[in-house]
Design a protein around this ligand. Sequence first.
Ligand code: ATR
Length: 279
Amino acid sequence: MITGKARLAGVIGWPVGHSRSPRLHNHWLAESGIDGAYVPLPVPPGGLAEALRGLVALGFRGANVTVPHKEEAFAIVDRRDAAAEAIGAVNTLVVQDDGTIEGRNTDAHGFFAHLTAAAPQWHAQMPAIVLGAGGAARAVLFALRAAGVPEIRVVNRTLARAEALAAAFGPTIRPLPSWQEALSGLPGPALLVNTTSLGMTGQPPLEIQLDRLPADSIVYDLVYNPLRTDLIASAEARGLATVDGLGMLIHQARAGFAAWFGAEPPPVTADLPDLLLKG
Ligand code: ATR
């Protein structure tokens, strides 16, 4: 039930109709019996600053921010958490009692929480190979660096972007021009993470051969559409542990839910992927 005192939040993006976040949050709200709602908020490019003033004026507790507004949100908010500062993007807004807006980035937390839940054998001494050097890669690097991973090899089509990440995130980051180089000379099991859009429905395939990845390595694909990407399928065929991208979405959402609706969301259940991906 939604009363006049309902707690409100939403997702700001353009387009935003594809976002699965309303399904997820409204499912958790219903399960928890919380008087609240989470709605899609389509905001065209150039309209973010006005939209954020409106968000506060309308009494929203906050919102998620998605493409193309994450970097502009970073610039507009009144204060930022450490993850947002390092990643340079904001995906979660929390309206404070005084009407100011805190910008947070919960992607790194979502990535890491799902990694440790889905692959408990992962440990911080495993070197990591990160494919891609965009915003998602920055969140992954922030999480892995914070965990103390000793070596993170970053492979990107545009090497200069991988080099920029090394300059920003420090000496444990090794920019490399090809996955062939990144997969060679690994002393033992590694964590391979795809942060590129390759393999996503409608995008080109990710062409990589996993035969050089040592046994007991872990393959984590941030792509969740399809849930079982070619990368995940070929890792499984090699007998490697795999982690899919949907769990990151679910885990990054939990922190926002708690901040806006005043309660931890219910535990992650096995029916969530179907609920989020069907239709
Ligand atoms: P996000 O914020 O989701 O990480 P992004 O910043 O646009 O999105 O980054 C997309 C990543 O996918 C980049 O690493 C990009 O490589 P470039 O930096 O060279 O653009 C990678 N990517 C996208 N399409 C690609 C393609 N066809 N081949 C190789 N890499 C691709």
